[in-house]
Design a protein around this ligand. Structure first.
Ligand code: B12
Length: 381
């Protein structure tokens, strides 16, 4: 290991990162191929930023992001969850993906990556330039991280480390400094296992390595801005923010010990398995107060309550009827429409009465459609 790499590694550890590696700035051909095929199939759904020609060009050629770029420093931080204490069974609870149990990971990773980058620039002679990204840059982060030796790509698409599993946030620092590469890439270790493919609740893993985001619960509950397709709603179960199914099923997760980063842990079990009646009743101010500093804040209230309504519909628990009936008067049509769907699923006389009353006053065409479908479900007498 070169002296420079030793120093990068020691400093990355000091900052709290679990893994660091360096790779040349050209994205590997087989990953670019996988990306192009993914776009060609339309698997990116409504994530237009993944397909915009200028962004595609940047993912293919990082020199368009940072002219003269030569190296990519990749970091990984574990967010592996600890076992949760029991939550009270007094009302239905939602399931939040464990990457969102703690603080927003961008807020934790980026300032530390800036510090790491500043150190690298200093060691590389002081004139190097860099750009640091977590998630939001036009960079194929998994591709570079796998090439830098941080893990292998699993059939669930995730970067998996044989001893740390795939509960890993990734970050990349592009720099024009010529840094000695690490590696070699770890060999793929999925073998004949297809547990992730079999575990996906919606069949989003259409085949090993192939993720159709349009069916992925992470996309449906976080990225999708409009209504969730009706046929997929029952398959979401109690998931209201992201999904961990394809990672929970992976045998390599059993070697991961819980994250050492306090900011990524759930401050209370409520963060991981929140009581749904309370969430359904949140107004804008309550939403902001409750989710300040969490990745869920970026989802905005309307989309969260859309997801909560679906989970309540799936709960089969008619005690949810009053909160859902109240949501039929929500200012946000997205919330009203999904509350209507949930009431149609729960059925019963109170749900029917609430739906009929809402039909009298509702003017939004999409919500009227939802009301009509829900009333057909409960038997409109
Ligand atoms: C768009 C996006 C999504 C979309 C689409 C995901 C997808 N699989 O494409 C949605 C919203 C569905 C999503 C979901 C999730 N995401 Co996301 N997402 C991204 C983002 C912003 C871009 C990903 C992208 O470029 N997709 C296009 C596809 C083609 O690329 P890819 O996913 O990187 O897949 C690569 C490999 O699978 C490989 N590959 C595919 N097939 C083959 C075949 C062969 C032979 C080879 C060699 C390679 C190969 O090539 C691809 C390109 O390198 C990245 C951040 C970033 N800038 O990279 C985070 C990122 C990938 N997401 C992340 C996370 C944590 C998640 C979730 C776990 C969150 C959750 N719990 O809900 C899920 C996991 C879903 C899954 N199984 O992939 C992490 C992944 C960390 C890791 N250990 O892998 C990232 C890196 C964010 C971060 N900075 O930490 N995400």
């Amino acid at each position: 290991m070169s002296r420079l790499h030793q120093s990068i590694q020691a400093y990355a550890r000091q900052l709290g990162f679990d893994r660091v590696g360096v790779t040349p700035a050209a994205p590997p051909a087989e990953h670019l191929q996988a990306y192009r095929e993914w776009l060609a199939r339309g698997d990116h759904g409504e994530m237009g930023y993944m397909a915009r020609p200028d962004r595609v060009a940047r993912r293919e050629d990082p020199a368009l992001v940072l002219p003269g770029v030569r190296s990519v420093v990749c970091v990984a931080s574990s967010y592996a969850p600890a076992a949760l204490p029991e939550t009270a069974g007094d009302q239905p609870r939602g399931r939040i993906s464990c990457y969102a149990w703690g603080e927003d990971y961008h807020d934790w990773m980026l300032p530390r990556m800036e510090e790491l980058a500043a150190r690298i620039v200093e060691e590389a002679g002081g004139t190097a330039r860099y750009r640091a990204y977590v998630d939001t840059g036009p960079v194929l982060e998994r591709a570079f991280a796998s090439r830098a030796g941080l893990g292998f790509i699993g059939k669930n698409n995730c970067l998996v480390h044989p001893r740390r599993g795939s509960w890993l946030f990734l970050g990349v620092i592009l720099t024009d400094a010529a840094l000695p590469p690490t590696g070699p890439p770890l060999p793929a270790r999925c073998g004949r296992c297809t547990r992730c493919v079999d575990a996906c609740p919606t069949g989003a893993l259409a085949a090993p390595y192939r993720l159709d985001a349009r069916r992925c619960i992470s996309y449906l509950t976080i990225e999708l801005k409009g209504p969730i397709p009706r046929a997929l709603r029952p398959l979401l179960g109690d998931r209201i923010y992201g999904c961990d199914a394809c990672q929970e099923a992976c045998p390599w997760q059993r070697f991961a010990s819980p994250t050492a980063v306090a900011a990524f842990r759930a401050p209370s079990p409520e963060r991981a398995r929140p009581a749904l009646f309370e969430l359904m009743a949140l107004d804008e101010e309550g939403f902001q107060r409750r989710f300040r500093g969490s990745p869920i804040q970026r989802l905005q209230r309307g989309r969260l309550l859309r997801n909560v309504a679906v989970a309540l519909g799936n709960s089969g628990d008619r005690r949810a009827t009053p909160v859902l009936a109240a949501a039929l008067a929500d200012p946000d049509p997205l919330v009203r429409g999904h509350a209507a769907w949930a009431l149609g699923r729960l059925a019963g006389p109170a749900a029917r009465a609430a739906l009929q009353a809402a039909r009298e006053r509702e003017t939004e065409p999409l919500v009227r459609q939802e009301l009509a479908a829900a009333l057909a479900e409960v038997g409109d007498r």
